[in-house]
Design a protein around this ligand. Structure first.
Ligand SMILES: C[S@@+](CC[C@H](N)C(=O)[O-])C[C@H]1O[C@@H](n2cnc3c(N)ncnc32)[C@H](O)[C@@H]1O
Length: 245
């Protein structure tokens, strides 16, 4: 079933929750990976596009790295929040499948924890390819497939009795997380790594770098200790293959 409307609809309903969740200092996982992400990105110049920017924290990091940043998200409330926090230099409201930019306009396209929310990942990657310069870099963060299995075992439809791993299926997840006074509804799809690889390949991308960052437990992040022994996120950098049409 291709339900194109539903990917950003969930986020439109969860926007206020997300802004509170993402902006509470040290609250969610992002904070335990932010320094490693900054190190991995390094300092840079050029134009970066932050696809699915949310309230703007990754845009702010890209800006701090030296990029001229355009932040785009299909949810107007999130783009407004990103703009209010001066997260980027430019802003647009659009889904990944329909980016309102010229061909080959960006040196870096960032899709940070976004592709799990996208109905049609191959379509999104083809559109990202269109706006990326031929020598540009695509940066993707997804929930690590190992973490997906672990989380699904706890929160999946039949948990905790459903012990049959279903790694090879594309699986819908919808979950409400309550943590330290805040609530967040997440929804999206978990899918095998091979599905991401195949979407990258067919769009003409080759993976050039991969990281499995461990959570940084400093600064009172004991609540993240489980993710110091298991990867929560998978980071990929990809480049366009020459001669791919
Ligand atoms: C988990 S949040 C991540 C936000 C931000 N990248 C971050 O890491 O803080 C997922 C984001 O993806 C956006 N999103 C959902 N469907 C999308 C789509 N089809 N195209 C682009 N972004 C989408 C949501 O609106 C939301 O802002």
């Amino acid at each position: 079933m291709k339900d194109v409307a539903s990917d950003s609809e969930h986020w439109a309903g969860a926007a206020a929750q997300w802004i509170a969740w993402a902006r509470a200092p040290n609250h969610d996982a992002f904070w335990a990976y932010r320094d490693a992400l900054a190190d991995y990105l390094g300092t840079a110049t050029g134009r970066a596009l932050d696809v699915g920017c949310g309230e703007g924290r990754v845009s702010r990091l890209l800006k701090a790295c030296g990029y001229t940043v355009t932040a785009v998200d299909p949810v107007a409330e999130l783009v407004r929040a990103a703009e209010q926090a001066q997260s980027a230099h430019d802003y647009a409201i659009a889904p990944a499948r329909e980016l309102p930019f010229e061909n080959e306009s960006f040196d870096l396209v960032m899709a940070y924890n976004v592709l799990m929310d996208v109905v049609d990942v191959p379509e999104a990657l083809r559109e990202i390819k269109r706006v990326l310069r031929r020598d540009g870099t695509l940066f993707i963060s997804i929930v690590h497939p190992l973490a997906d299995l672990e989380l699904l075992a706890e929160t999946g439809p039949n948990a905790p009795s459903d012990t049959h791993a279903r790694y090879f299926e594309r699986r819908r997840f919808e979950t409400k997380v309550e943590s330290r006074g805040l609530t967040m509804h997440f929804a999206g799809w978990a899918q095998p790594l091979e599905a991401y690889m195949s979407a990258l390949e067919s769009a003409g991308f080759a993976i050039t770098s991969l990281r499995e960052p461990a959570a940084d437990l400093r600064e009172g992040r004991d609540h993240m200790s489980r993710w110091s022994g298991l990867p929560l996120f998978l980071w990929l950098q990809a480049k366009l293959l020459p001669f791919h049409t």
